[in-house]
Structures are given as structure tokens and as C-alpha cells.
Design a protein around this ligand. Structure first.
Ligand code: FES
Length: 402
């Protein structure tokens, strides 16, 4: 028997922002959803920067309903959707064994979203004749991600946007992380000397990125005053109805048993070129755990994406020192500097670690891996494999903390 609707709660999950306008816009979307579905209990939580944090918001809603649908307010499926939300869901399932939790897909690729992006660009240009469109280049601008799924989906969405709309060119570009950057894309398209360049930010909500985009386009316009370059509105800058309708579609899919995550090209399942080390997901899971702890335990605080990644303890007491731990510490520090990790991996020389006779003793946290008999000659492998690659150096493992 299906759960009565009044017993169903919808939890929207936003990224979080330092920009008050961005958060106000997220609330405007949630209010629009509530208005469309007054019968549903609706909550909101954030992955970072903004309260309430996702685990608290999940807890609060799960205490009031029998079924919680978790809806990511994310355009594509990357780290936050693949790791942070499942991690929070796993804890919530343990804490609320009587509640059914369902994960809903991110917005993803859909022709209606391409249409919405087109309508937002039209809000800037007005209706364009076929001739005007043929003289216009659109730079579609995505957030950019280290996850190939998200970048690939963005390019597919860009193609859907371009189909049949008659623009001279529709060039995908990224605000950060992935290439080409906005700056590079603008330089490329300027060479074709179009009459008009329209930068279309494919971003759900406003925020600091949008300010950055406007500043970059203004700089470009100064350098190329003979080209008309403008920024179109982002997706939530206008009526919320199309977004509410799309979320409804994703919720219905989840209720019908749809799979919330794309698996075919997922870097955590498939060895993609250059990302083979991510298969298995250990690195991503550790990242999510650290990320969650940083944001739940230390508030309020500046954002810590550049926080320490690993802490390496090396015993410097008499027995280990005699077996070469001092030279090992130096070799580890040298190697970390070489690979650009000196600021994110800390080496600390400790007192006796209780493994005398088996040293030099090394422990790596937060992974909880202890090594024994590590010598200066092992420093390179330890850095390359474990501290950078997140793969254990199994021949040296002494203990794995549970
Ligand atoms: S001296 Fe290194 S473990 Fe005791």
C-alpha cells in the first residue's frame, strides 16, 4: 500500500552560499514549490556554508513524516550528489529505522531544461529573427566540475540547447575547474567576429559566480568594444514554475523506482582516462566525511576547501630514530614539496608510538593506516601511492584502524 501523501516529506538540498541573495533565491524556489504542493511537508538543508546543514534538516523532517524524498537542487551529478547526500542518507536511515528515504536525481539533462535556458536567453535578446540568430554566438557557461559525468552532461545539455535554434555557434565553457574557461571561450568566438555574443550562465541560482561572470564579460567588452557582449539571466531568474515542474518530474520518477545516480560513466565504477585511481570511491568517501565534519563541527568558520588532506605521524623516538626515521621525515617532506602537497599533507615527528622494534613507525590520518619498517627508500612510494594516490602500500601495512 502506498504511503498517504500527507505522510510524505520533501527535503530540498542546496549547495549553500555566502551570498544572501543566493540563499534568498533558493528560499523563493522552495516557497514556489510549497505553493504548488500545499499538502506536502517541505524542508530545506544545505551541504555547506549555510544553515541548516543537511544532516540536521534530514533529522528534523524524518521525525515528522513516514517517508522522506531527498531532492538535490543541483543541476548535474557530481561529488555532492554522489557522496554527501548518500552519506547523510546512510546516517539518517540508521537514526530513523521506521522512515523510508528516497533519493531523487539531480536536474540532469532534459529538453525542458534546454528550453528554459533558451527562454532565459530570449529574456535578454527578445525574439530573434533567423537572420539575427545566425549572427549571434552563445557561450553556454556551466559551473565546471572535477567529475566527468557532470561536465559531459553539461555539454549534452548545451547541444540540446543548440539544436534547431539557428545560432551561429553555441560554445560550452566553464566558470571553473574544467576547460575551456569563459575567458578562453570568449577569445575563441571573438575571432569569428559575430555581431553579438550572448553569455548564458547555466546556473540554477545567483551567487558569487555570477558576479565573477559579469565582471569577466565587462572586461572582455572593454577589450573588444566593436563586439556586443551581454550576459543572459540564469535559470532561477524569472518564473519558478518550470523548475518546480521539473522537480515534480524527478520526484515522480523516484516514486516509480527510478535510479537516482548515473552509473554507466561514473568515475567511481568505471576506470576513466586519468581518473583510474578513483574507482572504488574510497577517496571520495573520505573527502565527504572530512567535508561534513568540517562544516558541522567548526561553525562559523571560513570555508575550508584548502584544508589539510592528511596528517602523517612519524615516530622520532630513540628506537625508530636509530632505524632511520629522521632521514625518513626529511625524505617525505622533500618529496611532498616536489609533488606540490607540502601545504596539504602535514608530517609530524612524534614520541614513541608503542611499536618499538618494528619501526620506523608511520601512521596516516584520517585514513587510520599504520605502517612499520618504513625507511628513507620507501618515502617516494609512500607519497606517490598513499599520500597522493590514496592506495595503500600493502607490503608495509602494520595495522588498519577500524
Ligand atoms: S620508538 Fe618508534 S615506536 Fe617506539
Amino acid at each position: 500500500m502506498s504511503t498517504p501523501r500527507s505522510h510524505r516529506g520533501i527535503l530540498f538540498v542546496g549547495h549553500g552560499s555566502r551570498d544572501a541573495q543566493a540563499i534568498a533565491e533558493v528560499h523563493r524556489f522552495v516557497d514556489a514549490y510549497r505553493e504548488a504542493h500545499p499538502e506536502r511537508r517541505v524542508g530545506l538543508g544545505f551541504v555547506e556554508l549555510t544553515a541548516p546543514a543537511l544532516p540536521e534538516a534530514l533529522d528534523a523532517l524524518a521525525s515528522e513524516v513516514e517517508e522522506v524524498l531527498v531532492v538535490p537542487l543541483f543541476l548535474f551529478t557530481a561529488k555532492h550528489v554522489k557522496n554527501d547526500i548518500p552519506l547523510a542518507l546512510a546516517t539518517a536511515r540508521e537514526n530513523h529505522p521506521g522512515v523510508r528515504f528516497l533519493a531523487v536525481k539531480a536536474f540532469g539533462v532534459h529538453p525542458d531544461l534546454a528550453q528554459l535556458a533558451f527562454e532565459r536567453t530570449q529574456a535578454r535578446t527578445g525574439p530573434l529573427s533567423a537572420q539575427d540568430a545566425a549572427r549571434t554566438v552563445v557561450v553556454m557557461l556551466g559551473r565546471g566540475s572535477s567529475d566527468p559525468d557532470a561536465n559531459g552532461d553539461f555539454c549534452k545539455l548545451t547541444r540540446l540547447y543548440a539544436e534547431g535554434r539557428g545560432f551561429a555557434q553555441v560554445q560550452p565553457a566553464f566558470v571553473g575547474i574544467a576547460k575551456p574557461s569563459l575567458e578562453e571561450a570568449l577569445e575563441w568566438v571573438a575571432r569569428a567576429r559575430p555581431e553579438r555574443i550572448l553569455v548564458a550562465p547555466y546556473l540554477l541560482f545567483t551567487g558569487v559566480l555570477l558576479q565573477k561572470i559579469h565582471a569577466q564579460v565587462a572586461l572582455f567588452a572593454e577589450r573588444y568594444p566593436w563586439l556586443r557582449a551581454e550576459v543572459a539571466p540564469h535559470l532561477a531568474d524569472g518564473s519558478m514554475s518550470p523548475l518546480v515542474q521539473h522537480v515534480d518530474r524527478r520526484i515522480e520518477e523516484a516514486l516509480a523506482g527510478g535510479v537516482p545516480l548515473p552509473c554507466d560513466g561514473c568515475q567511481y565504477r568505471v576506470p576513466l582516462a586519468g581518473l583510474q585511481q578513483n574507482v572504488g570511491g574510497l577517496k571520495a568517501l573520505l573527502w565527504s566525511i572530512r567535508h561534513r565534519e568540517t562544516h558541522t563541527q567548526a561553525a562559523p568558520h571560513p570555508h575550508a576547501h584548502r584544508a589539510m588532506e592528511k596528517h602523517v605521524l612519524v615516530c622520532g623516538n630513540a628506537d625508530c630514530a636509530e632505524r632511520g626515521s629522521v632521514a625518513l621525515i626529511e625524505a617525505l617532506r622533500r618529496k611532498l614539496k616536489e609533488v606540490g602537497k607540502a601545504r596539504t599533507v602535514r608530517i609530524t615527528r612524534t614520541a614513541c608510538m608503542g611499536r618499538c622494534g618494528e619501526g620506523p613507525t608511520v601512521a596516516v590520518y584520517p585514513d587510520g593506516i599504520w605502517y612499520r619498517g618504513v625507511t628513507e627508500a620507501d618515502a617516494r612510494e609512500l607519497v606517490d601511492e598513499h599520500l597522493v594516490g590514496d592506495r595503500l602500500v600493502s607490503r608495509l601495512v602494520d595495522n588498519i584502524m577500524q
